[in-house]
Design a protein around this ligand. Structure first.
Ligand code: FPP
Length: 287
């Protein structure tokens, strides 16, 4: 009898839902998860992924771009409302010219290939970063993607392109300094909300969870202001191989974490064991 039940267990473990479709088993596991309102992801490890296969680095970026489409689907299925991905940093210009050009071409190609799919999935596209240094065709496609998708409500995909957290803060400081110099801002009233309002996308809530694959464990100038209380999750998988098992592992870990924002738990003590507080229990969705 026990051999039969072991065999049945083995068979049901093998009959896992395909990655593309979210079957009942996947829904069962995700039902108990606390879902971050805003997830931010580094698309990191494309170069190593390509190298392992004897391919040029740009092949890794191409595979990474395709995986972004998968990630959007997975986030939509799980009810995540904002997804920010790090596509190109202010420091990435220092890469070889061919790689930078290939990346710029990939951004354009991504929207040519996937804009209908993004529309079907109700995805609004936005961008974060300093646009003025980007090639004209990239800027054009960015404006078009933003305009076409403005009314969509299922998920906001925010692509950080020519983005640097320090540059974002410097630009916000300039805006505020100008306002102070013009007499529109009293420096004594300057507070965190005023700085947030001068950032690229002030209406977007701070990321609740930041995922960095590829084994690196640092912020690399990503969302420096917004990440003050984000939960961080690292894994050794390279970005093109990141799939829904990894996402669910990150969400499970996020569900277990208790976010205290520098305070104490509801009993007034630091938490012990698995006594997590859900957003609902907290009484607010603003994490
Ligand atoms: C970091 O991995 C990745 C990048 C600098 C580029 C990410 C861009 C894409 C996935 C292209 C598609 C984006 C859009 C929005 C269509 P790495 O190359 O530094 O990897 P490595 O550390 O293994 O070298």
């Amino acid at each position: 009898m026990s051999r039969l039940s072991n065999l049945l267990k083995l068979l049901s473990a093998r009959r896992r839902p395909a990655r593309q479709a979210q079957g009942p088993a996947a829904q069962e596991t995700t039902a108990s998860l606390r879902i971050p309102r805003h997830l931010a992801v580094f698309m990191d490890g494309n170069g190593r992924w390509a190298l392992q296969r004897g391919l040029p680095r740009t092949a890794g970026h191409r595979a990474g771009a395709e995986n972004l489409q998968n990630l959007c689907r997975m986030c939509g299925q799980r009810g995540i409302q904002y997804l920010t991905v790090y596509a190109f940093s202010t420091e990435n210009w220092s890469r070889p010219r061919e790689e930078v050009e290939a990346l710029m071409a990939l951004f354009v190609e991504f929207f040519d290939r996937y804009s209908q799919q993004l529309a079907r999935q109700g995805i609004r596209v936005r961008f974060s970063g300093d646009r003025k240094e980007l090639p004209q065709d990239v800027r054009r496609i960015m404006s078009r993607a933003e305009e076409e998708s403005r009314a969509r409500q299922k998920l906001q995909l925010i692509i950080a392109i020519n983005y640097g957290g320090r540059r974002e803060i410097v630009q916000a400081c300039r805006t505020l300094a100008r306002a102070a110099a013009d007499g529109r801002l009293d420096p004594e009233t300057l507070d965190e909300a005023a700085i947030t309002n001068a950032l690229y996308l002030p209406d977007v809530p701070d990321p609740d969870l930041i995922i960095r694959p590829s084994g690196e464990q640092r912020l690399s100038n990503f969302l420096l202001w917004q990440a003050a209380y984000s939960e961080l999750w690292f894994a050794h998988v390279l970005w093109p191989d990141f799939n829904e098992d990894h996402l669910d592992a990150a969400l499970q870990e996020f569900t277990r974490r208790e976010r205290r924002f520098g305070g104490l738990d509801r009993q007034g003590r630091p938490p012990e064991g698995d006594n997590r507080t859900t957003d609902q229990e907290r009484g607010s969705h603003r994490l």
